[in-house]
Design a protein around this ligand. Structure first.
Ligand code: SF4
Length: 286
């Protein structure tokens, strides 16, 4: 029997979308659905895990196994899902408030373990669901409901943080360019290891529609002059102040993934089923 060709519509659900009209997250949803179709991932082999926030509702909007978890905890749950079912494609998704505040520790350790999942962060520089408080990526000096005198803190730089922590795939996209974002998600999903995609995804309600223009004016698409295998070049790009890099910033292959390490440990443990002493038991970790 001929294989049925999947398209983006196969990944839509009947769950009503409650995002504000014009929210950047619509572009991310479209890009994820298109990427799933391009990769021909049967919905039953795809899992989308999210945290809490406007963008985290996305787990219910994609026809796949969806798990809208708890605040900041998408990554450990996605890592566990991948360990349990390594044959599945696992995407984690959420916002900057979810992933870079309460979720930061999981961001650090998921990168360290190189879990073979793709993490898509809809970075809008604000807490949208709770109605407009300062987030870890709000620019310094910006007015928000919780910083009426302007944000006194320096914003977190998630791209630089991921690079320093040893992430094996780092990219940045824009929800206003679905085609480009779809390509990043496809490449991130094909990457063996932790793929991190930060997406400039404006919150039109609490930061205004001009945020789209900010990315259009300052966004620079990385071309063949950028070598994503060169850590120093990647580092330079993550330090840009006026320009916003868009594309694959860094990618390194061949780093063992969490599920590969777990499988290796499992095999070693099976080989040594009759441990004579604690010392023997510890040998399997060497
Ligand atoms: Fe999108 Fe902002 Fe509305 Fe939330 S509050 S749905 S982030 S526009």
């Amino acid at each position: 029997m001929d294989k049925i060709k999947l398209n983006a519509k196969n990944y839509k659900t009947s769950v009503p979308i409650v995002w504000c009209p014009g929210c950047g997250d619509f572009g991310v949803l479209n890009a994820m659905q298109q990427a799933a179709a391009e990769l021909e991932i049967p919905p039953e082999n795809l899992m989308v895990v999210s945290g809490i926030g406007c963008s985290s509702r996305i787990a219910g909007y994609i026809n796949a196994f969806g798990f809208n978890t708890i605040h900041g905890r998408a990554l450990p749950i996605a890592s566990g899902a991948k360990l349990a079912r390594p044959e599945m494609t696992v995407w984690a998704a959420g916002g900057d408030g979810d992933g870079y505040s309460i979720g930061t520790n999981h961001f650090v350790h998921t990168i360290r373990r190189n879990a073979d999942i793709t993490y898509i962060v809809m970075d809008n520089h604000i807490y949208g669901l709770t109605k407009g408080q300062v987030s870890p990526t709000t620019p310094r000096g910006d007015w928000t409901k919780s910083t009426p005198l302007g944000n006194p803190d320096r914003p977190l730089n998630p791209l630089a943080l991921a690079l320093e922590l040893g992430a094996t795939f780092i990219a940045q996209g824009f929800s206003g360019n679905v085609k480009h974002l779809r390509e990043l998600i496809v490449k991130g999903t094909q990457h063996k290891g932790f793929s991190f995609i930060n997406v400039k995804s404006p919150c039109v309600t609490f930061r205004g529609r001009q945020e789209f223009n900010v990315v259009r004016e300052h966004g620079v698409y990385l071309d063949e002059n950028h070598d994503p295998t060169d850590w120093n070049q990647a580092h330079e790009v993550t330090q840009w102040k006026e320009k916003i890099p868009l594309g694959i910033i860094y990618q390194v292959q061949g780093v063992p993934t969490l599920d590969e390490i777990a499988e290796d440990l499992r095999r070693k443990a099976q080989d040594k089923q009759h441990f004579e002493s604690t010392k023997d038991l510890l040998e399997i970790f060497r």
